[in-house]
Design a protein around this ligand. Structure first.
Ligand SMILES: [Zn+2]
Length: 287
């Protein structure tokens, strides 16, 4: 009897601890280091090796914390459960379903970094990806309790038969049962105040999108997903031939340029390894 009461108290305290995360008084952006893709094939991006300062790619995951809830943006390249962290950078080599090989250096699991910022996957209100490729969805299943905001075209491809290439379905299949907000090509104002907006930018994939943030101190920022990978794609106007529709990518880039001009927002190219290295990482944050 006494034991049962103690156990009840323990469970009660655990429940309180799990729900004790605080939404911030104003908008914040946490940046997580989700590894570095060691890559050396500039020609896949219509660039000559000598035209690209660095061919490896940074890989960020991002948590947007708003007074009304949270949004996880992109979920990394390597599932936390698939490797054992040592505290030092680890080089992982693996083959994708399309039989191409990849080499990623990673140091900290996403959930460890999320916890350091004071959050767990249960505290995530919304989940959205720039697109479905393997290097953006690896930890998606951890966030299946969130409401998934997804473009219809993207959703349909992700669950099509046969399985689509350039991704790993087992890493996101639990989202099939998640609550969803299904979008077409409209802008989507996540918290209703214009500060966190998903913008459709198809081309790299049919339902590719970018994330606009209006941060109180940092200012306006667009997280570019894979609308660009290398900054040189932007300065030299090159489009990856392997994009689902290079033509759509061109249209999306032009439309986003007009938006950047109109708003004065800065463009953060997520795979730009130099920019990614410069960003402050969680538990520090942008506000
Ligand atoms: Zn990518």
């Amino acid at each position: 009897m006494v034991k049962a009461r103690w156990f009840g108290m323990f469970v009660g305290m655990a429940v309180i601890a799990a729900s004790m995360f605080a939404l911030p008084p104003s908008l914040r952006l946490y940046v997580f280091d989700c590894g570095q893709l060691n890559y050396n094939n500039a020609s896949a991006y219509q660039l000559k090796p000598e035209e690209v300062a660095r061919t490896d790619m940074g890989m960020g995951c991002y948590l947007v914390a708003h007074p009304k809830g949270t949004l996880m943006w992109d979920a990394g390249a390597i599932p936390d459960g698939s490797w054992k962290p040592t505290g030092s950078p680890m080089r992982l080599h693996f083959m994708l379903p399309d039989k191409t090989e990849r080499d990623v250096t990673i140091t900290k699991p996403l959930k460890t970094q999320l916890a350091a910022a004071g959050y767990s996957p249960k505290n995530i209100t919304y989940l959205a990806f720039s697109h479905y490729h393997w290097d953006h969805i690896a930890n998606a299943n951890d966030f299946a309790s969130a409401t998934w905001i997804v473009r219809k075209t993207e959703h349909d491809i992700m669950f099509s038969a046969p399985e689509v290439e350039r991704t790993i379905r087992a890493n996101y299949d639990k989202l099939g049962k998640s609550k969803k907000v299904i979008l077409n090509s409209e802008d989507y104002d996540v918290f209703g105040d214009g500060k966190v907006v998903l913008k459709s930018t198809p081309g790299h994939t049919p339902g590719h999108q970018v994330l606009y943030l209006d941060l109180p101190k940092t200012g306006k920022v667009v997280l570019a997903g894979d609308l660009y990978h290398y900054p040189e794609e932007r300065t030299l106007n090159r489009i990856p031939p392997r994009d689902f529709s290079p033509q759509q990518t061109a249209v999306s880039r032009t439309a986003l340029d007009a938006f950047l001009k109109q708003t004065g927002a800065a463009l953060w190219i997520q795979h730009d390894v130099t920019n990614h290295a410069k960003l402050k990482k969680a538990p520090e944050f942008y506000e």
